[in-house]
Design a protein around this ligand. Structure first.
Ligand code: XIL
Length: 319
């Protein structure tokens, strides 16, 4: 049984996982799984502002470097996640009494330093993450508050100045299928493109938690973004059941959904699919404060022991 990585390579598609620096350092079987099974990695946390900026004028690149060096050693491209987000900002930042202008300068310096450091090792950036709220309005974040919608324009431009060759993505959740939120993301990206902002693609996170976006509607959504001239990737896929509604054939149903999504990718020309973690035991869902009340905790392609699940077979078989 050939590994996913080999099959994906032949189909010229990328199948990846979000990875954690500590697990890569300390867990040999985790490291081997990532290396043998996937073709691309995302840093699950290491490239976010909080982890990177322990104090106002210092950077801690150790975890990000560990991931990037691992990826280079195994010839895996890296998705850089993420330069601008409202969550996981540094603790000191949350009590910083800045002026709007200071905030803008801080963000510029951050974006340019991080993109610059990884110019040769990160080929794709989630430049902005989750700028749109669930109801389709612009999310009220510190960035929006200080700079208005223009914070997206500047972030993409600053990133492009330092590394024109990288692909720059807007990334969001809940905008996978055609719905109110993806309508708003579509409109936002249309405005950015009209203003000449250097955005190349849209990342659809595809956290299928409880309700699973309809694959046909995902296809329709992907096509409209492509019609804007954007590439589309699936960036954070995981598939969970609502707690208390886990069917007896959960593993097979989950596999069916993974299969349908991969088929949708292949049909629509989505060439990158990243799962949000490696083994079920690594999933962020288990750290949720309301786990296990909300979702089942086994959303990935490998079980806790690192064994291939039906979902794994489904993905590989359909590639
Ligand atoms: C999550 C990580 O998986 C957790 O380890 C962390 O505690 C919180 O962030 N959308 C995103 C990701 O864009 O960055 C989030 O990652 C999951 C939701």
């Amino acid at each position: 049984d050939r590994p996913l990585r080999a099959v994906a390579g032949e189909r010229a598609v990328d199948v990846g996982a979000a990875v954690d620096a500590d697990r890569l350092r300390t867990d040999v079987s985790y490291r081997a799984l990532v290396r043998d099974e996937f073709t691309v990695v995302t840093a699950e946390n290491a490239l976010k502002m909080g982890p990177l900026r322990p104090a106002p004028s210092t950077y801690d690149f150790a975890d990000a470097d560990a991931i990037v060096n691992f990826a280079r050693a195994h010839e895996m491209p890296v998705r850089g996640h993420t330069l601008v987000w409202h969550n996981q900002t540094p603790t000191w930042f949350q009590s910083w009494d800045y002026t709007d202008d200071q905030l803008r300068r801080f963000l510029r310096e951050h974006v340019q330093t991080v993109v610059g450091r990884y110019r040769r090792s990160v080929g794709t950036w989630d430049v902005v993450n989750e700028a749109v709220d669930d109801d389709g309005s612009m999310r009220e974040t510190v960035w929006y508050d200080a700079m208005g919608e223009e914070y997206l324009d500047r972030a993409f431009e600053w990133a492009a100045e330092v590394n024109p060759d990288a692909d720059r993505y807007y990334n969001d959740y809940g905008a996978d299928a055609v719905n109110e939120k993806s309508d708003a993301v579509y409109d936002l990206l249309g405005r950015l493109l009209d203003r000449g902002v250097p955005v190349d693609g849209v990342g659809l996170q595809l956290h299928a938690l409880g309700d699973w976006p309809d694959p046909d509607s995902i296809a329709e959504n992907v096509r409209r973004f492509q019609d804007l001239g954007l590439d589309v990737q699936i960036t954070e896929m995981d598939v969970a059941f609502p707690a208390g509604e886990v069917p007896h054939d959960a593993a097979e149903r989950q596999a069916d959904y993974y299969r349908e999504v991969v088929e949708t990718c292949l049909d629509t020309g989505v060439e990158t699919l990243v799962t949000w973690g490696v083994r079920d035991g690594d999933t962020w869902l288990r750290a949720f404060r309301d786990f296990p009340e909300r979702f089942s905790g086994d959303p990935l392609l490998f079980d806790d022991r690192g064994q291939r699940k039906p979902a794994y077979d489904a993905v590989r078989d359909v590639l």
